[in-house]
Design a protein around this ligand. Sequence first.
Ligand SMILES: CC(C)(COP(=O)(O)OP(=O)(O)OC[C@H]1O[C@@H](n2cnc3c(N)ncnc32)[C@H](O)[C@@H]1OP(=O)(O)O)[C@@H](O)C(=O)NCCC(=O)NCCS
Length: 325
Amino acid sequence: MSILRSVVCGCGSYLPERIVTNAELAERVDTTDEWIVQRTGIHQRHIAADDEPTSVVGLKAAQAALADAGMDASEIDLIIVATATPDHTFPATATQIQAALGITEGAAFDLQAVCSGFVFALATADNFIKAGGARAALVIGAETFSRILDWEDRTTCVLFGDGAGAVVLKAEQGEGTLADRGVLATHIRSDGRYKNKLYVDGGAGSTKTVGFLRMEGKEVFRHAVLNLAETVRHTFAATGLSGNDIDWFVPHQANRRIIDATADKLGIAHDRVVVTVDRHGNTSAASIPLALAEAHRDGRIQPGQLVLIEAMGGGFTWGSALIRW
Ligand SMILES: CC(C)(COP(=O)(O)OP(=O)(O)OC[C@H]1O[C@@H](n2cnc3c(N)ncnc32)[C@H](O)[C@@H]1OP(=O)(O)O)[C@@H](O)C(=O)NCCC(=O)NCCS
């Protein structure tokens, strides 16, 4: 059966220049490099400059993805920016990126699913493309989490970083089989009962402030391992595939221990896992496209290979997607 597929035809990323090491953080809060590395696998993170809001970080990733695709911005008719750190409450960061790219046609909007944002945005763009509502989409994950961190709270400020990644999806005719290139399956979930486990304690509609990130780390860890395995099993059941079939596993990069535990549960060998958390920290919605761009650029991910992505974030939200590159 002939169907429209969303084929990844470009991928790019951007990391702010400034690198903050664990040793530098240990000068600000009561922590050590050893504690951070042992509990999270993080060695350093990038922090955006004052004149680099999320739209600027996202724009640079979008430009890199378009260059990689060999496409002109005018060919894009849908932009979705997954972010929990928009420049402003409104207008959407996506419209700022749209304008900066010189695009005046089509639609651009933000999507908020925190660390799962890229998976949700990819699923949304894929459904637009499959339904004939868009021909070429930019899906961007862009964050400046450094701006919502309480830099005196050692339990959270050591975990996050800033950055952006983007993919260009293009509609192509497929055969409707797993041999097709493009997004083959997506699965997204949420459960708002867990709001208080991971949230920001401010907002335009409540405190009229931006607020700071708050988290019950142990609880989030426990739910992450359970939910991530569940969503991937759902994707496996929908496609008849298993961990052995996956060429590259590109998980959300929150904690090395969560990544390893999830890969083990799913039967995916560690040398098939793309890891950036050691150098990027947790960049929320940007973490997956940042990792995809790195593995695409260095030649690990090759056209035709099967790539599995998954993420879990505040809400709780979680999800997974299977892509034939
Ligand atoms: C945050 C996380 C690394 C903490 O690791 P943990 O093994 O659960 O550690 P705990 O929270 O139990 O803390 C253990 C001790 O270390 C202390 N601690 C916390 N942060 C610390 C830091 N940066 N440096 C030194 N000690 C720290 C705690 O205060 C606690 O001390 P206590 O036993 O005296 O109370 C871990 O829970 C985690 O990664 N959770 C998931 C986070 C995540 O993925 N979030 C984003 C999802 S999108």
